[in-house]
Design a protein around this ligand. Sequence first.
Ligand code: AP5
Ligand code: MG
Length: 219
Amino acid sequence: MSKLNLLFFGPPGAGKGTIAKEVSKKYDIPHISTGDMLREAVASGSELGKKVKSILDNGQLVSDEIMLDVIKERLSKNDVAKGFILDGYPRTLPQAEALEKILEEMNNLITGIIYLEVDEETVVKRITSRRICPKCGKIYNIITLKPKVENKCDICDVDLIQRDDDKEEVVRDRYKVYMEKTYPVIEFYKKYNHFFTVDGSGTVEIVTKEVFNILEGIV
Ligand code: AP5
Ligand code: MG
C-alpha cells in the first residue's frame, strides 16, 4: 500500500482547501496549508506574522527563504509519517527544488499530484463569495456552500469572516502572481507519473468524487 504524500495545485479559489479537507478526513492525513499557517501567524501577532501581513494583504508571495523555514518545521512533525497533503507549497520553482531536497533527507517521496483546473472568472466569483470560520477554518460560500444559519459557522456558532486578501482587486493580483510564479511549477511536475489534472469547475461533490477515485488508484 502506498502512502498518500500529496501536492495540491490550482489557482486561488480553485477549491484546494475545500477538497484537501475532505481527503484529510477520509484518509486521516494532515492537511498542510501554508496560507492557513501564515494567516494563523498573522492572527497570533508572532514575529513571522508581523513580517508577512502586508505581503498577504497585497496578494504577493512571501520569500522562498521564509517559506523554507516554515515548511521544514512543519514537515519535521511526527504526523506526516502517515502521509500528508501540501496545499500552497511549493509555489515557485526554487520552492519545488527545496521540497525535493527536504523529502530526500526524510527518505520520502511525493506519491500524487492533484491539479485543480478552474478558469479566472470562476475563481474570482468563488473567492469574493467565500467566508471562513475564524475558529475551526471551515470554508463556506454564500452562493454555493451556505452555512445553515446566515453568517454563522455550523460547528462553532461564531460569526464567519472574509479573508483580508479576498477583495476582487487583490484576487486578480493573486491570479497574476499564480500564472507568473506557480504555473511554471505545475509544468515542472506534469512529467511525474502521478500527476493528475482534475476539472475543478464542477460541484464540490463531483470534484471530491473524482479526486477520491484518483487516490484509490494510488493507495
Ligand atoms: P493560500 O491560502 O494558499 O491562498 P490561494 O492559493 O490563493 O488559495 P485559496 O486558499 O484562496 O483558494 P483554495 O484553492 O484553497 O479555495 P477554497 O477551497 O478556499 O495563500 C494565501 C497567501 O499566503 C498567498 O497569496 C501568499 O501571500 C501566501 N503564501 C502561501 N503559501 C505560500 C508559499 N508557498 N510561498 C509564498 N507565499 C505563500 O475555495 C474557494 C471558495 O470556493 C470557497 O468559498 C469554497 O466554498 C468555494 N468552492 C470550492 N470548491 C468549489 C466547487 N467545486 N464549486 C463551487 N464552489 C466551490
Ligand atoms: Mg486555500
